[in-house]
Structure formats: structure tokens, C-alpha cells
Design a protein around this ligand. Structure first.
Ligand code: PLP
Length: 436
């Protein structure tokens, strides 16, 4: 459920008409709904409470790392799951206390591990033998103890898109569950390291509970073996990955997911950590764009928007589906026809949808891509030297710009031309000045 609906024939975010945001902030622009964010977070936490566990929910910051989004979830009690020093700094800047932050990721640098230890975060989830050794060295140098989770790879097929599947043996993530006992023994033998937790995350956009059940069961068996080996395992981290409805898929409801998870791990009496990302923010955001050109080719009709793959890359990267609605509600009897919805970038991959059945959309009309709150703005780039897309957060009848549109000065200001280029003839600017 979300809060993007037609009111009197105009698409709104909560009580704010989208044309108002388009006029005042410009397009393209991401628009998030605070009410939807609050609702998704609360539904998720309550599902676990109803199933009999008080969960420790660490929002996966990589899904949407805007400071305002992290801060809003933090104000509801969420912690943060981060995968880089940059995300760790974002979580801290958004006011998440270090003891509610978990650091995941398959390759962390020595500098990142040092920063995490100095900050005193809740847990570092390590994913390889080399990382455990490096962490021990850094912890020893700093004179700090590190309680860690080891991310295991349970070798289950999450049955999701191959680019977001992470829990099979052939994926780069985690330590083979068969080798886990040896690795825990190694970890426990190293200075300053105490393994207290087992973590897993088998993929994203899961629409089936069975892979989860299998993974959690393998994890619970491992916890019992590790305890028998003398390791004080106090926590399990079940990862994220719950899918959302983008199109026709019907992912499990949070209640069913929580019930199943609790069934599999409750007997361990561990602290239960969760790292949802997409499920919290995915349907809490849209990408608002304007139609630039409607082009009738020989074989096809094209709708060319002012947003492109640099603003929202999921369709190009994963064949991701996003619903598309005109901001002005189409008449009940509007004729629908197939259209290719594309951006202006010089690549054929810059296609949002092929043969999408749409009502008439004219040049200048506003349209909204739905389900764009997760893995949208965070993956935006400046490809084709397009300005980094802005973000807006709506709450009831008001909104705030939570990331301003980048300016051309900011974009160009990151580059510099070394003095040994163009000294003979001067840069364009100097030439213009000299001849001016
Ligand atoms: C990406 C990721 C998540 C969040 O996944 P979603 O599908 O967005 O819920 C959680 N944990 C880890 C370790 C991740 O890499």
C-alpha cells in the first residue's frame, strides 16, 4: 500500500498534487511519501512483534540513502545496515546511534574497518577469512574488541533475478556454510575477535518464502553446532530481500514472512536482526517526469521523457518493471495503445518500457514511475552530463526538497584541467578571453 493516488483527477503524493512539485522543483524528480515509509516500517516491525519476537531492524541504507529518509526511519527506531564508509557516515549524520549500525559487505578496506571500530558500531558482518584476519589486526592496533557476525552462504536458490541473487555457492557473498565451523574456530582464535552472530542475506526481491525457510533452517542448525563448539552465539541476522509488487508479482505479506522466520529461529533465543531495504522504501517513492517528445516511427510509437537511465537504471540493469501513470487521470474510456517509453540518452538501453499499453500522453504532460523509492536515486549518475536528480519528501500537505538538483557549476567544478594541457593555444575560455 502507498499514498500516491488520484484526487479529483490529479495524481497526488499524500495531499500534495504532483504538478505543484513539478512546477516548483522541476522534473525529473524523485518524490517520497513519509506516510508510506512510516507505514511500511511499522507493519514490518509489528509483524515480528505479533509473531513473538522484538526485532532489531536495521534499514539497508543502500536501497535509499538520503539523510532525511534514514533520519525518518531512525526516528521510528530503525537502525542501519551499511555497506561502505560513505553509508556509515550517512547513517551517523542522520542521527542513527552507532550501536544500531551493522556493517555488511563483501570487500571492506582497512580504512573502513578502522573507521567502523573507532565509531563503535553494533556489529561488523565479515565475509571472508582475509577480512577476519585484517579486522583482528586493526582491532589489535586500536586496542578495541570486535564482536562480529560471519555471513554465511547457505547455498539456496532465492529464485530471483540473477543480478540480485546472493545466496548460492557460485555467488561472491559470504562464507560457504560447510566451511563455517572452521572459520568460526579461526575467528575465535584471533586476537580481539569474538564471533557472536551468524548472518545471511540470500538475495533481493524474493517473492517466495521457501528459499528463506531453507536458509534460516540451515542457519539455525549451524548456530546449534557453533554453540556446541563453545561459541557464544547471541544474535542471528536474517538479512533483507523481501520483494514488493512492481507488476503482477505477489510477494509474501510481512506477517507470513515474520511468522515463518520466527518459527525457524525462535528456539535459539537469539537477538533477531533484520535488514530490509526495498520492502520499506520501494513503493514509498515515484519518479516524476515530463514527456519531451512523442514520436511516431514506422513500426513503433515512442514516448521520450526528460528522465533517463542515469536517473533510474533498474529497467536497463535488471529489466526492472515500473508502473507508469499520467499525472492527469485518463478518462475511463481513453484508448490504450502500445508505446516504447524511453529517455533521451544516446543508448538504446535507455528504455524504461517496451510496448507498454498507455492512454494518450502528449508532449509536456507529466508522468510518474511507481515503485521507484528503492535502488532509484541511489543508483543515479550524471551520465551524458545530466544533472544528478533531486529528491523531495512529502508529509501530509507539505513537502521538503531533501536533495537539491545539482547545479552545472557543481558538476563541472569536480573536474580540473592540468596546466600542461592546452598551454600552447590556451583553453577555450582563455582563447575566448584573448580574442574577445
Ligand atoms: C542489499 C542488502 C540488503 C537489503 O536488501 P533488500 O532487498 O533491499 O531488502 C540487506 N542486507 C544486505 C547484506 C544487503 O546487501
Amino acid at each position: 500500500m502507498n499514498h500516491f493516488d488520484y484526487i479529483d483527477g490529479v495524481l497526488h503524493a499524500e495531499s500534495v498534487p504532483l504538478p505543484r512539485i513539478a512546477d516548483e522543483v522541476g522534473t525529473p524528480v524523485y518524490v517520497y511519501s513519509a506516510a508510506t515509509l512510516r507505514r511500511h516500517y511499522t507493519v514490518f516491525v509489528d509483524a515480528f512483534r505479533k509473531a513473538g519476537v522484538e526485532p532489531n531492524v536495521c534499514f539497508a541504507v543502500k536501497a535509499n540513502s538520503n539523510l532525511a529518509v534514514i533520519a525518518l526511519l531512525g526516528s521510528l527506531g530503525a537502525g542501519a545496515d551499511v555497506v561502505s564508509e560513505g553509508e556509515l557516515r550517512r547513517a551517523l549524520a542522520a542521527g542513527i546511534p552507532p550501536e544500531r549500525i551493522v556493517f555488511s559487505g563483501v570487500g571492506k578496506t582497512e580504512g573502513e574497518l578502522r573507521f567502523a571500530l573507532e565509531t563503535g558500531i553494533h556489529e561488523i558482518n565479515v565475509e571472508s577469512e582475509s577480512e577476519i584476519r585484517l579486522l583482528s589486526k586493526v582491532a589489535d592496533e586500536l586496542g578495541r574488541d570486535a564482536e562480529i557476525a560471519i555471513r554465511v552462504n547457505p547455498d539456496v536458490d532465492a529464485k530471483t533475478h540473477e543480478k540480485i541473487s546472493t545466496g548460492r555457492k557460485e555467488n561472491k557473498f559470504g562464507i560457504d556454510i560447510d566451511k563455517a565451523e572452521d572459520i568460526y574456530a579461526l575467528a575465535a582464535s584471533l586476537p580481539r575477535i569474538t564471533p557472536v552472530s551468524v548472518a545471511l542475506h540470500i538475495g533481493s526481491q524474493l517473492t517466495d518464502l521457501e528459499p528463506y525457510r531453507l536458509a534460516f533452517r540451515r542457519m539455525a542448525d549451524l548456530v546449534e553446532r557453533l554453540r556446541a563448539n563453545g561459541h557464544p552465539i547471541r544474535r542471528v541476522d536474517l538479512g533483507g530481500g523481501l520483494g514488493i509488487p512492481y507488476d503482477a508479482e505477489t510477494p509474501p505479506l510481512p506477517d507470513a514472512y515474520a511468522q515463518m522466520a520466527v518459527e525457524e529461529v525462535k528456539h535459539l533465543n537469539c537477538e533477531v536482526m533484520l535488514e530490509p531495504g526495498r520492502m520499506i522504501v520501494g513503493n514509498a517513492g515515484i519518479l516524476l517526469s515530463r514527456a519531451l517528445v512523442v514520436k511516431q516511427g514506422d513500426a513503433k510509437r515512442f514516448l521520450i521523457l526528460d528522465s533517463a537511465m542515469n536517473d533510474l537504471i533498474r529497467p536497463a540493469l535488471y529489466n526492472g518493471h515500473h508502473g507508469l501513470r499520467p499525472v492527469v487521470e485518463p478518462a475511463a474510456d481513453a484508448p490504450y495503445a502500445p508505446v516504447d517509453v524511453v529517455g533521451p540518452i544516446c543508448e538504446s538501453g535507455d528504455t524504461f518500457a517496451k510496448d507498454r499499453s498507455l492512454p494518450p500522453i502528449e508532449e509536456g504532460d507529466l508522468v510518474a514511475f511507481s515503485s521507484a523509492g528503492a535502488y532509484g536515486a541511489v543508483m543515479a549518475s550524471t551520465y551524458n552530463s545530466r544533472l544528478l536528480v533531486p529528491e523531495v519528501l512529502v508529509d501530509g500537505d507539505h513537502y521538503a526538497v531533501i536533495r537539491a538538483r545539482q547545479t552545472y557549476e557543481e558538476m563541472l567544478g569536480l573536474d580540473s584541467i592540468p596546466s600542461w594541457i592546452g598551454t600552447e593555444h590556451g583553453t577555450d575560455a582563455e582563447r575566448i578571453e584573448a580574442t574577445g
